[in-house]
Design a protein around this ligand. Structure first.
Ligand code: B12
Length: 286
């Protein structure tokens, strides 16, 4: 545990352990300003003294909504095709104090990942996966207006799924997550041709970065999209991500300027690369 001039600094894992909270709950408290924290070498740290006050509500209080515990019921309603039931769970979380972006980060994203895992192990039929996906799309659309940040835009991000990849849902979710953090986002949806990324990168007012999602392996298509964008703007940050990319090395080999997997980390990655537009050609942001 390092010390600064104001005492002992704790990592978010240490705070989670002491408070009996999930790591993501502590992270959310930091990101929403409920718990004061500072960044040291790219890592969030909390002063031990800041834990003494009544800053972080326990998971048992309604203000926290304890989103993780709602995932099983939410998946159950999703795969049953029960949109009103899903919406009731989301409304319940909102009235318990959860913020709309947290519903994406901590309920819908992990629920869809589990739906995919259960499909891939044969535990869930493809029809239920399709049903869940259709409802998830509709829920994301209903939450969308709550994600708009009223302040001045931090710039435009062009986002889409690479050619051949029909997974438009991850793009829609990431688009709203980035909007809730103050960015304008042009969402190109699934199966986006390389030229469309390039055309918008060049023509969009204040385009600050392009994000390309690949939920399935698509190395050739990703390389093609990166080359098309670089041909119109050699210094525009390009970020690649999604389940079709194995790790940071893979992303870099395909031409990505950074890599992240968790949804909170994805926001930080975009923030970092946009904050440093004068990056040298070799800079990476992960
Ligand atoms: C919904 C879904 C579908 C829907 C898509 C509909 C739609 N309109 O989107 C349907 C049913 C049609 C479908 C089809 C297929 N799917 Co599918 N699908 C999913 C599922 C269940 C959820 C996707 C989702 O929305 N997730 C929520 C998002 C937010 O999470 P995420 O994608 O993981 O994204 C996070 C990070 O990866 C990252 N990220 C994502 N994009 C980007 C981009 C940037 C720039 C950055 C920085 C970060 C980043 O940030 C996100 C936040 O944490 C996933 C399971 C899963 N684990 O995701 C499988 C999954 C992606 N599908 C899979 C497969 C295999 C397929 C099919 C090939 C199945 C088949 N045999 O037909 C087809 C492919 C069709 C095609 N050519 O595109 C596999 C892919 C495995 C792989 N990588 O090789 C998965 C992972 C399921 C699994 N566990 O096996 N699918």
């Amino acid at each position: 545990m390092p010390l600064d001039d104001q005492g002992i600094l704790l990592s978010l894992n240490e705070v989670a352990e002491r408070r009996g909270l999930h790591y993501m709950t502590v992270y959310r408290h930091v990101r929403t300003g409920r718990l004061p924290a500072i960044k040291q070498n790219g890592e969030w740290k909390v002063r031990e003294s800041d834990l003494e006050g009544p800053t972080t509500p326990s998971t048992a209080t309604p203000g926290n909504a304890d989103l993780g515990s709602r995932i099983p019921a939410f998946i159950d309603r999703l795969t049953a095709g029960d949109e009103p039931g899903c919406w009731a769970i989301l409304e319940n979380c909102l009235s318990a104090g959860a913020e709309a972006p947290a519903l994406l980060h901590e309920l819908i994203v992990p629920a869809m990942a589990l739906v995919g895992d259960r499909w891939s192990t044969g535990d869930l039929k493809i029809v239920s996966e399709h049903t869940a996906t259709t409802i998830a799309h509709r829920l994301v659309a209903r939450l969308g207006p709550m994600m708009r940040n009223k302040g001045r835009s931090r710039g435009t991000i062009v986002l889409g799924a690479v050619a051949g990849d029909t997974h438009a849902l991850p793009v829609a979710i990431l688009a709203d997550i980035l909007r809730s953090n103050g960015f304008s986002v042009i969402d190109l949806g699934g199966n986006t041709p390389a030229e469309s990324f390039a055309e918008l990168a060049q023509s969009s007012d204040q385009c600050r970065a392009v994000g390309i999602s690949a939920s399935i392996p698509a190395d050739d298509e990703l390389r093609e999209a990166v080359a098309a964008i670089q041909a119109v703007d050699p210094v525009l940050p390009i970020l690649l991500g999604g389940r079709g990319i194995r790790d940071a090395d893979h992303a870099h080999a395909l031409g990505s300027d950074g890599y992240a997997t968790g949804s909170y980390e994805v926001v930080e990655l975009f923030e970092r690369c946009i904050a440093d537009p004068a990056k040298p050609a070799s800079a990476t942001y992960d």
